[in-house]
Design a protein around this ligand. Structure first.
Ligand code: ADP
Ligand code: ASP
Ligand code: MG
Length: 406
C-alpha cells in the first residue's frame, strides 16, 4: 500500500527552547505510523534570525547579501539538528538535512531567492529507511553552490514547495496561534479563528501585512492547489484550512483586517502639470529597482501638482535618491518624506458582490478620528494609508464595524 506523505512545518516560537523542541518531537513521533512518511520543516529557534541580522548590522550598515545569507541560514541548521536528536531520543529514526542537501535549487537573488527545482533524492532514500526527515527551512542553494535564503518567513515556502515536490497528502503549518484569525489576535482580543479561507483571500491578507503566513508560500499553494492546514503547535484543536474555494453558498463580505508598517511615503511637490511627466518620474524610480505601491496625483487647476507614492521602507534610501534626481530634472519643487505611515486594509472575496463596503470602512475610520491620507483598492481588498500611531486603533475600529468578532 502506498504510504501517505505528511509535510509539517514548525515556526520559530514552536521551537523557541529545548523544552519546546522536545514537545514538538513528541508530537511528531505520535503522528508517525507504519502507513505514513513524515517530513518536518523547521524555522530557527525563537528570535534567532532577528538576532543574527542585528549582529550583521553592528558590523556594517550595508552587509553584502551573499554573506547575509550565509549568516541568516545558520539558525535553521541549529533547530533541525536538535529536533532530529530529540526524535531519536524518543526511539524513532530521524535525519536532518539542510536546504542544499535536499536539493532546493534557487536563483541567485540573495535574501529573497526563488526556488527553481527540488530534487528531494535524499528524502526519498530516508523514506525507504523509514526515517522521519527534518529539513532546515528558509534556505536553498544556487548552481554556483552559494547558500541563499527565501525571504523572511521563508520556512512556510520551504514547506509548501516540498509538499508540491513530494506530492504530499497533507501540508500542516504549526504556529503559536490556533489558526488564521479575523485580525492579528495580538492587536484585537476579540479576533475570531476563521474555519476556511481561500488562497486569494489569504494571499491578499498576507501581502497586506498578516504575518501568519509568508505571501510567497500562498502563491505556490494556489498555483499547485495545495490545501494548507494552519494550526497550533500547543493544542490539538483543528485550525484553519486554506483552500481553493470556500464551501459556503455565498461569500462572506469581509474575512479579515490587516495592518502593516513596512512602507514609507514620498511626495514630489510642485510637479509641472504636463503630459508625460508621470512616466518620467516613475521610470526613474523603477530604474532604481524600487517597487512603487500606491500612487496619488491630484488633479490640478494650476500649472503644478503634487505626486505622492509609497515604497517599501527597505527601498526608501534608493527611492529618495531617485526622486531627488528626477525632481531636479523636471524642475519640480521639494521632495518630502513620511516614514510614520501605516496601511490598514479589509479583505474579502464577497466585496465583489456587496456594495457600500468602502463607505462603511471610511465611516468607521472617521468616527474614530482617523484621518485617511491615501486609498487603494483591489478586487478583494480596500486599503487606507493613515498615521502609524493610529494603526491599532484603526484595526480595532474596522474589526468592530464589520462585526468580525461575532
Ligand atoms: P511562526 O514563528 O510560527 O512562523 P509567525 O510569528 O511568523 O509564526 O506568525 C504567527 C503570528 O502572526 C501570530 O503570533 C500572530 O500574532 C500574527 N498574526 C498576524 N495576523 C494574524 C492573523 N490574521 N491571524 C493569526 N495570526 C496573525
Ligand atoms: N527564520 C526565518 C525568519 O525568521 C524563516 C522563518 O521563520 O520562516 O524569517
Ligand atoms: Mg512565520
Amino acid at each position: 500500500m502506498k504510504k501517505k506523505i505528511i509535510v509539517q512545518k514548525f515556526g520559530g516560537s514552536s521551537v523557541a527552547n529545548v523544552d519546546r523542541i522536545k514537545a514538538v518531537a513528541k508530537r511528531i513521533v505520535e503522528r508517525k505510523t507504519a502507513r505514513n512518511h513524515i517530513v518536518v520543516v523547521v524555522s530557527a529557534l525563537g528570535d534567532t534570525t532577528d538576532e543574527l541580522e542585528k549582529l550583521a548590522f553592528q558590523i556594517t550598515k550595508t552587509p553584502p547579501e551573499r554573506e547575509m545569507d550565509m549568516l541568516m541560514s545558520t539558525g535553521e541548521q541549529i533547530s533541525c539538528s536538535l529536533l532530529a536528536m530529540a526524535i531519536k531520543k524518543l526511539g524513532k529514526a530521524a535525519i536532518s538535512f539542510t536546504g542544499k542537501q535536499v536539493g532546493i535549487k534557487t536563483d541567485k537573488s540573495h535574501t529573497k531567492a526563488r526556488i527553481e527545482t527540488i530534487n528531494g533524492k535524499c528524502i526519498r532514500k530516508a523514506f525507504d529507511e523509514n526515517k522521519i526527515v527534518i529539513v532546515a527551512g528558509y534556505q536553498g542553494v544556487t548552481d554556483d553552490n552559494d547558500i541563499t535564503t527565501l525571504g523572511r518567513g521563508g520556512s512556510d515556502l520551504t514547506a509548501v514547495a516540498l509538499a508540491q515536490a513530494l506530492n504530499a497528502d497533507v501540508c500542516e503549518i504549526y504556529t503559536d496561534v490556533k489558526g488564521i484569525y479575523t485580525t492579528d489576535p495580538r492587536i484585537v482580543k476579540e479576533a475570531k479563528k476563521i474555519k476556511t479561507i481561500t488562497f486569494d483571500e489569504m494571499l491578499e491578507m498576507a501581502s497586506l501585512g498578516a504575518q501568519i503566513m509568508q505571501a510567497r508560500s500562498i502563491e505556490v499553494a494556489k498555483r499547485f492547489n495545495i490545501p494548507i492546514h494552519v494550526r497550533s503547535s500547543f493544542s490539538k484543536e483543528e485550525g484553519t484550512m486554506i483552500v481553493k474555494q470556500s464551501q459556503k453558498l455565498e461569500e462572506i463580505s469581509i474575512q479579515g483586517v490587516t495592518s502593516s508598517k513596512s512602507d514609507a511615503k514620498i511626495t514630489i511637490c510642485a510637479v509641472p502639470n504636463q503630459t508625460g511627466i508621470a512616466a518620467k518620474i516613475f521610470s526613474e524610480i523603477s530604474k532604481a529597482d524600487v517597487n512603487v505601491d500606491i500612487i496619488v496625483q491630484n488633479v490640478s487647476h494650476t500649472k503644478h501638482t503634487d505626486i505622492s507614492f509609497t515604497v517599501p521602507k527597505s527601498d526608501f534610501t534608493k527611492a529618495m535618491k531617485a526622486a531627488n534626481i528626477i525632481a531636479k530634472r523636471i524642475k519640480a519643487g521639494n521632495v518630502t518624506q513620511d516614514k510614520d505611515i501605516a496601511r490598514v486594509s479589509i479583505v474579502g472575496s464577497g466585496m465583489r458582490s456587496h456594495h457600500g463596503i468602502a463607505a462603511k470602512m471610511f465611516e468607521a475610520l472617521a468616527k474614530n478620528k482617523v484621518n485617511i491620507d491615501m486609498i487603494s483598492t483591489s478586487e478583494i481588498s480596500i486599503s487606507c494609508i493613515i498615521n502609524s500611531k493610529q494603526a491599532d486603533k484603526a484595526v480595532k475600529a474596522l474589526h468592530t464595524a464589520f462585526q468580525l468578532g461575532k
